[in-house]
Design a protein around this ligand. Structure first.
Ligand code: 3HC
Length: 334
């Protein structure tokens, strides 16, 4: 019922016959599997969809540093600390590639930050949950990065060239992130009963929010049909969620953990698991800004932006002086 309430402006995907010649030629290129590059003509809706998705994705990488960064000083060993530091730095790099990809569509970095700070742009719902124990860091690697990879591998084939190319490198790094998370949990489940209980508790809290990362169910997804017609998305939200569940259930079993879903069971006929429905009311509440950590996350990003103002001003002043010096040298040489 919630699903029906939110899907209000789902655009019907137009057929080739209904399109003007320029748009039809564009769609035919997409259908033929060609990549679209920045300076080429594209429908305004295609550009807007990409700006929305890529900038939200970039913001997710940057905001996603916060729950993990929270544990850098408390990592249990030097090795775990070095791994976590590298992972959090990788996320910053992913954000930068993605901001650059979005900039090729005519939006500036400052505009994107403004949209994040004002609450206009979204970032992944998952980062609005708190990291309470060290096991949460392992669970984020295993489940959150695992879900991110499931969603992002198909994005390497996205029709927009700069986004597709950015995703190739990002996916390589995300698979290291997933492996290190699983490895950390593997160590813990072989530890004391208290450590194993901590891992189970982390799974209990992160399972459902991880399933929500794939977005609302297909019947409530406003953008999926058009994004799939444009080959920005290759799969629907529910398809990827199903694949994630099927991949993750045996991994949980190997760790000796129980997935907190009484409806989870193998369905021989469909060759996949049946599983319960995420709490969509909670999901929509979180993406509307009312999750447990939304305010904290945005405040941290706004503080970082304000604290960095002196540095940005310094860089701008330096660039202006350097340009003046170059101009003066050129005049002197003439
Ligand atoms: N969190 C926040 N908002 C979400 C969401 C989520 N998990 N899932 C959907 N939404 C929002 C959509 O952005 C849209 O809102 P908008 O119209 O204001 O933009 C609305 O809910 C309806 O959803 P749709 O299914 O119609 O939207 P999409 O077709 O855009 O699909 C998506 C949503 C699957 C998240 C898609 O945008 C996508 O694949 N994005 C790229 C991947 C991405 O952003 N990943 C972030 C994951 S975290 C990460 O990568 C960090 C890593 O380090 C772990």
């Amino acid at each position: 019922m919630y699903a029906q309430m939110v899907k209000t402006d789902a655009a019907r995907v137009r057929s080739l016959d209904e399109m003007e010649p320029q748009e039809r030629a564009f769609q035919e290129r997409i259908d033929a599997g060609q990549k679209i590059e920045p300076k080429e003509w594209m429908p305004e809706g295609y550009r807007k969809t990409l700006v929305r998705q890529i900038s939200q994705h970039a913001h997710s990488e940057i905001v996603g540093q916060l729950p993990e960064g929270n544990w850098i000083t408390r990592a249990p060993t030097l090795e775990r600390k070095a791994i976590l530091l590298a992972k959090v730095q990788d996320e910053a790099g992913h954000g930068l590639y993605l901001y650059c990809a979005a900039e090729t569509l005519g939006i500036s970095r400052d505009q994107m930050y403004e949209q994040l700070h004002s609450g206009k742009a979204k970032y992944s719902s998952i980062f609005n949950y708190p990291t309470l124990t060290w096991a949460d860091i392992g669970a984020i690697g295993w489940l959150v990065d695992g879900a991110a990879i499931m969603n992002q591998v198909p994005l390497q084939r996205c029709s927009y060239g700069p986004y597709a190319r950015a995703m190739v490198r990002i996916c390589k790094e995300e698979s290291f992130h997933q492996r290190q998370g699983y490895d950390a949990l593997m160590r813990m489940v072989k530890g004391t009963p208290a450590q194993k209980a901590m891992v189970q508790d982390a799974l209990n809290r992160w399972w459902w929010p991880s399933l929500m990362m794939f977005g609302p169910s297909d019947d409530a997804s406003v953008h999926s049909a058009q994004s799939m017609a444009w080959k920005i998305k290759q799969n629907s939200n529910d398809e990827l969620r199903q694949k994630f569940v099927d991949q993750t259930v045996p991994q949980a079993k190997y760790l000796g953990l129980t997935i907190p879903d009484p409806d989870l069971k193998w369905n021989e006929e469909k060759g996949g698991h049946d599983f319960g429905e995420p709490d969509w009311e909670e999901f929509f509440n979180v993406i509307a800004g009312n999750g447990p950590c939304n305010a904290e996350r945005l405040d941290a990003r706004k503080k970082a932006w304000n604290d960095g103002a002196w540095f940005r001003d310094g860089l701008t002043a330096h660039a202006e002086k350097a340009a003046d010096r170059r101009a003066a040298a050129k005049i002197a040489a003439e």
